[in-house]
Design a protein around this ligand. Structure first.
Ligand SMILES: [Zn+2]
Length: 403
């Protein structure tokens, strides 16, 4: 089947994950796409299964004894809840430059402006697939899914020699649970790639080290008229804590490799106050130092206001996969070489977030992230480039036959 036809079929299935659900998959509708994929993998001749958590696994047996390496590819089936993914009306067009009118009505058109989305410039003369401006496209990550399945199909048709190939399509990546039930042992690969990136050429293998922190402040309330030397105001101690953090190390003032403390929530009054933070840094030492600084500030306030006034709870969320890949950089190098063979210049930028591949890497399977040829994810302005998607298939196929 043609790559684009396959992609358009996948995006016709709404698969939004649901953060408020405790089940896995978090939404029943992801299973509809999972079943389609299961059938397709079986039709291609793979040994395939859909497990109790909604993960689809497929295994292609080696057709030669010479290739010992076992490579895997992973993509996610769910879509972000940022914008609806129901009733997607994709449209392929040749981008001639300038603004793109996606939809809307005569007096209220939905326009993707070239000035707002400078990434458009690189697609001049290429075929792109856009939305009608009312939904997201679902290229994140159905472009990745379609590319992996198409690469398998083309590889099988070509009869080229390959080793064992494993693929997995996961649910619930967008709510941070995509790796929760991933079966590393059953997957049986030596290394793998998530195909969940953006612009053609991207190879991502550095992400944040991440933690969350909660600061709980306990105060003492008393009538303000007779409060002198008695009242301990939790809310104002919480402010004091926050004000002692480095002012410039916040998301809105940092980029590239710069880490931050991000105050994500605050609540409280005189008796009780709470601050919620996320802490991020690519560098392990700086990451540890950030958590240590928070501990020191809590100790400082406790020394001043009395033991037990401030309680700090820090929990690590995920780590930079670069530290796992340090002695397995051949996995990244293989991807870069495959891209160059396909005439694509690889680019690596540090991810200012996490990926399922990062968590899977820490589960023992090195797993950098590859491009899909999509842009503006989680948005009604999301689009994919059909030509770049075809290149991604070529790259994946190269990796499938890599010795
Ligand atoms: Zn994604």
């Amino acid at each position: 089947m043609d790559l684009i036809k396959r992609f358009l079929n996948y995006v016709s299935y709404p698969t939004m994950s649901d953060e408020n659900s405790d089940t896995c998959p978090s939404s029943e509708k992801q299973l509809a796409l999972a079943k389609v994929l299961l059938k397709e993998l079986k039709a291609l001749g793979l040994e395939a299964k859909l497990d109790e958590y909604g993960y689809v696994y497929g295994f292609l047996k080696p057709n030669t004894k010479k290739i010992k390496e076992r490579v895997g590819f992973i993509a996610h089936m769910d879509t972000s809840d940022a914008v609806s993914d129901t009733g997607i009306k994709p449209r392929e067009l040749k981008y001639e430059g300038g603004d793109v009118v996606l939809g809307g009505t005569g007096d209220r058109p939905v326009v993707m402006k070239a000035s707002d989305y400078p990434c458009l410039a690189r697609y001049k003369g290429k075929n792109i697939i856009v939305t009608d401006g009312t939904t997201l496209l679902g290229g994140d990550d159905k472009a990745g899914v379609a590319e992996i399945v198409t690469a398998l199909e083309q590889l099988i048709e070509s009869g080229e020699k390959h080793g064992k190939i494993s693929v997995c399509f996961t649910p619930d990546e967008e709510i941070g649970r995509g790796a929760d039930h991933f079966d590393v042992r059953g997957f049986g690969a030596d290394y793998a790639y998530t195909v969940d990136g953006g612009t053609l050429g991207e190879v991502e293998y550095e992400n944040f080290n991440a933690a969350s922190a909660k600061v709980v402040v306990r105060g003492i309330s008393i009538h303000p008229g007779s409060a002198k030397n008695k009242m301990v105001n939790a809310a104002s101690i919480a402010c004091e804590f926050h004000n002692m953090l480095p002012k410039r190390q916040v998301p809105e003032k940092t980029e590239g490799y710069q880490g931050f403390f991000h105050l994500t929530g605050m609540s409280g009054g005189t008796e009780y106050a709470e601050l919620s933070y996320i802490i991020r840094d690519h560098d392990k030492e700086k990451f540890e130092a950030k958590k240590q600084l928070m501990r020191e500030l809590a100790d400082k306030l406790n020394a001043k206001r009395g033991e037990g006034t401030v309680e700090l709870i820090v929990k690590d969320s995920y780590y930079n996969m670069k530290d796992v890949l340090a002695d397995k950089m051949y996995v990244v190098e293989k991807a870069e070489a495959a891209m160059r063979e396909c005439g694509v210049e690889p680019v690596s930028v540090p991810i200012r977030g996490g990926t399922d591949g990062a968590r899977i890497s820490y589960m023992g399977l090195p797993c950098p992230n590859l491009c899909t040829g999509g842009e503006n994810f989680h948005s009604r302005y999301e689009f994919v480039c059909a030509d770049d998607m075809r290149k991604c298939v070529e790259i994946i196929k190269k990796l499938m036959i890599a010795k």
